[in-house]
Design a protein around this ligand. Structure first.
Ligand code: IPM
Ligand code: MG
Length: 365
């Protein structure tokens, strides 16, 4: 098969991690007989520097015209003081909205080899951590009106949070369908004790539940959910939530699995053209040092193969190779164990070595 992939390396560690993911993808192509063509797209800080715009329209057009988009990370201190509408992150938000990818899927699964890297007590980790956060991605407070006014001699800032029934319904369906393919438990997370948008959210979810009788729907307030994720994560199968709650909870969920550097994500809308990115940021403090963990990006490529290209065997081969790498004791700095005895069993590796060792472990079956 031939696939055209738009590649956004972005800022900070973005180029390093994406280069490793492409190496792995090319090897998968070689083994399974596929051709992957890449189109470079500038987005984020590097696009601000080049064009004065974090995502020029022709760059967005290239993404929409592709079979899927692979993204590293955007942002950095250098662009912290530019106006809000010009920030590197604005490019990412425009990309998500422009592609119409309303459903962001973020798995929180502990790799058994990394159990000791989790900050949680062993008894909690041993109970199992394997859930998915389905995050609404192109609505809510991220996309409402943002403004700063002068009121009574001082600045007053406003960000508006809006959700319509249809926006809630389409992400709700993804939540139910995801649960149907897994443990059939869906937890809808909101703040219905305070917010109107959350009360509507809850109502729509319960209405939808009638169409999915095989799924058990529960509700949880977002503050309680933040607590439950560290207290008893094994209770969760699928969490469905709005944009900002999902942003915050998915960072928390990634941390309990050991490292945010390991977590991939997929974002999909109405078509099979998806956006695939690790959930971590651009980590400018370690950029260019070849120490970043490329596994979140490499696993994002596996998700692209599975969900957009219908290549499950190819996706399995990447996930198997990552598991084998961990079995063999190789660790990037972020997933090195803290225990001295454990450290002796591991070999510390850098970013490019990590990519190389994974591609050496790729097999067809
Ligand atoms: C994420 C990131 C982004 C978000 C930022 C970079 C805009 O934190 O993908 O989780 O908030 O969605
Ligand atoms: Mg985030």
């Amino acid at each position: 098969m031939k696939k055209n992939i738009a590649v956004i390396r972005g800022d900070g560690i973005g180029p390093e991690i994406v280069n490793q993911a492409i190496k792995v993808l090319d090897k998968v192509g070689e083994i399974f007989g596929h051709t992957f063509n890449y189109t470079d797209v500038d987005m984020g800080g590097c696009a601000i520097d080049k064009y004065g715009d974090p995502l020029p329209q022709d760059m967005l057009d290239k993404c929409v015209a592709s079979d899927s988009v692979l993204l590293g990370a955007v942002g950095g201190d250098k662009w912290n003081n530019v106006p809000g509408h010009m920030r590197p992150e604005k490019g990412l938000l425009r990309l998500r909205a422009g592609m119409g990818v309303y459903s962001n899927n973020r798995p929180a699964k502990i790799w058994p080899q990394l159990a000791s890297a989790s900050p949680l007590k062993k008894s909690i980790v041993d109970a199992g951590i394997d859930f998915i956060i389905v995050r609404e991605l192109i609505g809510g407070i991220y996309f409402g009106e943002h403004k700063t006014d002068d009121v009574d001699g001082q600045k007053q800032a406003t960000d508006i949070l809006t959700y319509s029934e249809s926006e809630i319904e389409r992400i709700g369906r993804i939540g139910f369908e995801t649960a149907q393919k897994r443990g059939k438990k869906l937890c809808s997370v909101e703040k219905s004790n305070v917010l109107d948008s959350s009360r509507l959210w809850k109502k729509v979810m319960h209405h939808l539940a009638q169409e999915y009788p095989d799924v058990t729907l529960t509700d949880m307030l977002v503050d309680n959910c933040a607590m439950q994720i560290v207290k008893n994560p094994s209770q969760f199968d699928v969490i469905v939530t709005e944009n900002m709650f999902g942003d915050i909870l998915s960072d928390e969920a990634s941390m309990i699995t050991g490292s945010i550097g390991m977590i991939p994500s997929s974002s999909l809308g109405k078509t099979s053209c998806g956006l695939y990115e690790p959930i971590h940021g651009s980590a400018p403090d370690i950029a260019g040092q070849d120490v970043a963990n490329p596994i979140g990006t490499i696993l994002s490529v596996a998700m692209m193969l599975r969900y957009s290209f219908d290549m499950p065997a190819e996706a399995d081969s990447i996930e198997r190779a990552v598991s084998k790498l961990l079995d063999d004791g190789y660790r990037t700095a972020d997933i090195m164990p803290s225990d001295e005895q454990e450290v002796k069993k591991c070999v510390k590796i850098g970013c490019s070595q990590c990519g190389q060792l994974i591609l050496q472990r790729l097999t067809k079956g």
